[in-house]
Design a protein around this ligand. Structure first.
Ligand code: 6PG
Length: 244
């Protein structure tokens, strides 16, 4: 489902409302809710809205467990850190138990960090299906999502849940979760805003290029739901939307 909003503010409000509603239902049904967070800049205003009244008082923070879809291998206080962004926008401002916030380690060899994160995920999901209740993702203008970049070896990964990877031409290494794990989710929500995403959004949603060239196309929940929350600028080249 593709929902189009006038601007990033309206998109963020809708995303925050969806987040609050979805996690409350998951906690009520299963006693806990596993959330996979997106980095980058688009989701920041959604996170900020969740830290403010009224949503702050509606979310069952004690039942939420936070994970990241990807992380750059940088110290946690580095401005490029996705964990830093989410802590400043949300997690440092709401009563989530510290033991329920699971950043990807950025201060060690990325391969070791990926192994450790995979181990943490397997412990967390032990005995149950590795199913995130809610996954938030962004879309890069090259069609990447998380740190699943075009034509990267990690796109072929079918066994691992977390892997070290790198963006072509980028000095830092990254850790990303793989489509194998992301596609087990109950609900995946892409947040896409801005004129610079219009071409890639049409390519991903309507042109059906080789998924290796637009890895966001590899995100197809096996049993869960996929929703796109986009603003009008990003949607301007789309031929079909579901409106709101
Ligand atoms: C990251 C994100 C990445 C992001 C896209 C879109 O680490 O940067 O995980 O996948 O979601 O690059 O980023 P913007 O929201 O900043 O456009």
């Amino acid at each position: 489902m593709i929902s189009v909003y006038p601007d990033l503010e309206a998109l963020s409000r809708a995303a925050a409302d969806l987040f609050a509603e979805w996690v409350a239902r998951a906690v009520a049904d299963r006693g806990r809710c596993a959330i996979l967070l997106a980095g980058g800049t688009t989701p920041r205003s959604t996170y900020e809205l969740l830290a403010e009244k009224p949503l702050r008082d509606q979310v069952p923070w004690g039942g939420l467990h936070f994970f990241w879809g990807d992380e750059r291998s940088v110290p946690s206080d580095d401005p490029r850190s996705n964990a830093r962004m989410v802590h400043r926008a949300l997690l440092d401002l709401v009563p989530v138990p510290a033991g329920q916030v699971h950043p990807i380690p950025g201060d060690r060899d990325p391969r070791q960090a990926a192994d450790e994160y995979e181990e943490l995920l397997r412990r967390f999901f032990a005995g149950a299906a590795p199913r995130f209740d809610l996954v938030l993702l962004g879309l890069g203008d090259d069609g990447h999502t998380a740190s699943l970049f075009p034509d990267s070896p990690v796109l072929e990964e079918r066994q691992r849940w977390a892997s070290a990877t790198r963006r072509a031409g980028e000095e830092i290494v990254r850790v990303t979760l793989t489509p194998t794990l992301i596609n087990q989710a109950d609900l995946v929500v892409f947040l896409v805003a801005g004129d610079d995403k219009a071409t890639v959004l049409r390519e991903v949603l309507e042109d059906h290029p080789d998924p290796r060239s637009r890895p966001a196309r590899m995100i197809m929940p096996e049993q869960g739901e996929l929703r796109w929350l986009v603003d009008q600028s990003a949607a301007r080249l789309l031929r079909r939307t579901n409106g709101r």
